[in-house]
Design a protein around this ligand. Structure first.
Ligand SMILES: [Zn+2]
Length: 335
């Protein structure tokens, strides 16, 4: 999850609007990385020791937490390299998509399950900000998506293709997903769900949900799926309006008219405090991490370690996403 300047209503021609937005994202990305570097300047101690690749490979069925423990606490280059190695090692047919722009370079990876004409894109970025081990933001999402790919590959959707996007450069103003959204064919996308901070909490929040987005097949299928699993609206699941100051990889798609939402796990006990923090204006953002509500206590800090994650939450997110895929795959699913 990256911080970005607040969106303004667009009144300018689309082309001018596009370049303004690109510039804002580029500046926001640079600021996001710089702010994390400053926050983490003095917190060198207590760095995590990641799981070695050998130890990971020795596990019979690595869990999302195991994948998280493999990736955390490493450079972004190393995170990408290990993710690619693991994807190949676990038999995932991977498309590698390196990108290089004036803002920076990186690599995104794509995998698919199912072969239907409609496409659901599930996104989870693999990069982290400097000075943070990047467990909840966002190695946990990578672990959840990898486990979900395995479940779907074993019993593939028939009317739907689920595309898994492991994006690079999210913390640099969603660079990887911006490049992809600019160049890929988007016409058959049902929507994009971007996983962010999916490892702490017992309820789920779908965010950037306007009334128009709520009416799309994507969000209607989401509601049917979570309610089918026993979640209750405004109690154990939340539809949150567009989030200021923070962004994720669904935004470049939403800019192009594709329904896009973020997905975050939230402790029910901090739901109200979170609402005040997220929608409380710039003052909320200036609150020091330790005094923020969970899961933002560890966000972009050296405390974003794998031991803060809750295995039940990682499993919960995987279950809900699988239900979403099955709902969209059902005849007339979500329509
Ligand atoms: Zn982030």
């Amino acid at each position: 999850m990256s911080q970005e300047p607040r969106d303004r209503p667009r009144e300018t021609p689309p082309c001018v609007g596009f370049w303004r937005r690109e510039l804002r994202r580029a500046l926001g990305g640079a600021l996001n990385v710089f702010a994390a570097r400053m926050i983490n300047l003095r917190s060198r101690g207590g760095w995590v020791t990641p799981l070695s690749l050998e130890a990971y490979r020795a596990l019979p069925t690595p869990s999302p937490l195991d994948t998280t423990r493999l990736i955390v606490g490493r450079s972004n280059r190393e995170r990408a390299r290990l993710l690619e190695t693991v994807l190949h090692g676990r038999g995932v047919p991977v498309t590698r998509a390196p990108f290089r722009t004036v803002e920076g370079a990186g690599v995104s990876f794509f995998a698919e399950a199912g072969a239907g004409p409609r496409v659901l894109l599930l996104a989870g970025h693999h990069d982290a900000v400097p000075g943070s081990p990047g467990a909840n933001d966002n190695a946990a999402a990578v672990g959840i998506l990898l486990a979900l790919w395995e479940r779907l590959a074993a019993d593939p959707p028939r009317r739907l293709t689920v595309r898994f996007g492991f994006f690079g450069g999210e913390e640099r103003g969603m660079l990887g997903s911006r490049v992809y959204a600019r160049t890929a064919a988007l016409g058959n996308l049902v929507g994009v769900v971007s996983l962010e901070l999916c490892g702490i909490g017992d309820s789920l929040a779908l965010w950037d949900v306007t009334p128009a987005v709520e009416a799309t097949p994507l969000v209607r299928a989401w509601i049917a799926s979570v309610e089918g699993l026993g979640y209750r609206r405004d109690e154990t699941y939340h539809l949150a309006e567009p989030v200021p100051f923070f962004g994720s990889d669904h935004r470049p798609f939403a800019d192009r008219g594709v329904p896009g939402v973020g997905l975050t796990a939230v402790p029910t006990a901090s739901a109200e405090a979170l609402r005040a923090f997220i929608y409380g204006g710039v003052r909320g953002i200036l609150v020091p991490p330790a005094r923020r509500p969970a899961p933002f206590t560890t966000y972009h800090t050296a405390a974003d370690r794998p031991e803060t994650l809750e295995p039940a939450t990682l499993a919960r997110v995987g279950t809900v996403l699988e239900a979403l895929c099955r709902t969209l795959d059902a005849p007339g699913g979500g329509r």
